[in-house]
Design a protein around this ligand. Structure first.
Ligand code: ZN
Length: 241
């Protein structure tokens, strides 16, 4: 029984380690996760900046088209001025000329402002692109590093799974059933050790009577009164063989 219990304990260690390895193999480390988030935010910022840039250039193009139109109008009004026949017409055309000139001046000012902001946006956009490219490289390197580390873990997992299958054949089916029932209820921990008369899983003191029985009768299965786990007795000198 002592061997069966030890096998069960080893079996439990294997299951826990395999579970841990599976988690590590499928979960990016926090540092990689953080880099990924940062990269995502950078890419959003680049897209937003490109959008703004396109909108700005579009606005500038429309103002330039409008300016051409205004200048053509001015030319037409100046032509009209030569052909007026009375003072009233003269004043009216002059008024049109004045307001068109004002419009041209205002449009030119807006165009200059838009050109300046477009230039600034272009620089910002380039900077964002450069830093997001750098971040992409760092992120890719971190992921490939993660995959490299995983190679060792995949190997370890394969070895442990082989040992697990070997133990499954060694451990009697009734014990295996009991183990699985308790493990399912107790987060995978079905076996606890008894050292210094305490259960390693729940820390409760084991009745001295039971400890005595365990020492005298190692071929029986004992269950912790408190947490209901299978107990493996460890000799006080640490020699449990
Ligand atoms: Zn216990």
């Amino acid at each position: 029984m002592k061997n069966v219990l030890e096998n069960l304990q080893r079996y439990q260690d294997l299951l826990l380690r395999i579970r841990q390895l599976e988690h590590e193999l499928t979960t990016y480390p926090e540092s990689v996760e953080k880099l990924g988030q940062e990269l995502k935010q950078h890419l959003i910022a680049v897209a937003r900046s490109e959008e703004q840039l396109a909108e700005n250039s579009g606005q500038k193009d429309r103002k330039e088209e409008y300016l051409v139109l205004c200048k053509a109008n001015l030319e037409k009004f100046e032509q009209d001025l030569m052909e007026v026949t009375n003072q009233k017409e003269y004043s009216a055309v002059l008024k049109e000329i004045d307001s068109t000139k004002r419009e041209i001046h205002e449009t030119e000012t807006v165009i200059i402002t838009l050109m300046e902001s477009t230039k600034q946006l272009k620089t910002e956009c380039e900077q964002l692109k450069t830093s997001s490219d750098q971040l992409q490289v760092t992120h890719d390197e971190a992921i490939s590093g993660f995959r490299d580390t995983n190679q060792g873990k995949i190997k370890e997992k394969g070895k442990l799974e082989k040992e697990k299958r070997r133990l499954e054949k060694l451990i009697p089916a009734s014990h295996m059933r009991r183990f699985n029932q308790i493990a399912a209820r107790r987060a995978g921990i079905a076996v606890a050790t008894v050292t210094d008369e305490c259960c390693s899983a729940c820390n409760m003191k084991i009745r001295p009577q039971m400890v005595n029985n365990m020492q005298r009768n190692p071929d029986k299965m004992y269950i912790c009164d408190n947490c209901q786990r299978i107990l493996v007795y460890i000799e006080p000198d640490g020699d449990d063989s």
